[in-house]
Design a protein around this ligand. Structure first.
Ligand code: FMN
Length: 168
């Protein structure tokens, strides 16, 4: 079995990947079998739906802002994301999101996300930081939330990428 459940949390086999593609607006254009199985939606429900169909309330807005800022300018990004399934369960992923280019025009035509199962250590480190960021967003908005992330990184003396890739 590639998906296991502990309480409300789903985990997936560490050798497998959850894959999706979107158009330029973040509408899902492709989902692999594991994506469909873990999300609890049918392929029909997913294709054409905005990717925020999986958005979990425990995710800070800033993470998605960073994500979109990066990929829209042609960069790639790694991020820990907590996703909500159709029936209200959740699963953590370590996502690698990249632009998809048209070979001829070299223009961005969509985005690609490949997600693997994060380590428990990684989740344990990221979860309290996300909680603080969400609290900060309630009062101080995106800026206050970004400040929590920036301060955490500078205390640890690492870049965002080093931080996200440290707990494989
Ligand atoms: C390729 C790609 C994959 C994405 N995967 C997820 C995902 O797994 N979960 C998620 O909540 N948002 C994902 N997003 C971000 C969503 O498009 C959206 O920005 C986010 O859910 C926040 O939604 P909101 O701005 O409506 O709150 C993805 C975006 C792209 C381009």
């Amino acid at each position: 079995m590639s998906i296991t459940q502990i309480n409300n949390e789903l985990r997936f086999d560490e050798n497998l990947f959850i894959v999706s593609k979107t158009d330029l607006k973040g509408n899902i254009t492709y989902a692999n079998d594991l994506f469909i199985a873990i999300s609890g939606y049918t392929e029909k429900e997913l294709i054409g739906a905005p990717h925020n169909i999986l958005r979990h309330q425990d995710m800070p807005k800033v993470v998605f802002k960073l994500l979109w800022d990066k990929i829209q300018t042609g960069e790639e990004i790694f991020a820990y994301v907590k996703n909500r399934t159709k029936d209200g369960k959740y699963y953590w992923v370590h996502a690698y999101i990249t632009p998809i280019y048209n070979n001829k025009s070299n223009k961005i035509i969509g985005y690609h996300s490949v997600r693997r199962s994060p380590s428990s250590e990684g989740i344990a480190i990221v979860e309290p930081i996300y909680k603080k960021m969400i609290e900060a967003e309630k009062n101080g908005g995106i800026q206050a939330s970004m400040a929590i992330l920036t301060n955490t990184l500078s205390q640890l003396k690492v870049s965002y990428d080093e931080f996200i890739l440290a707990y494989e």
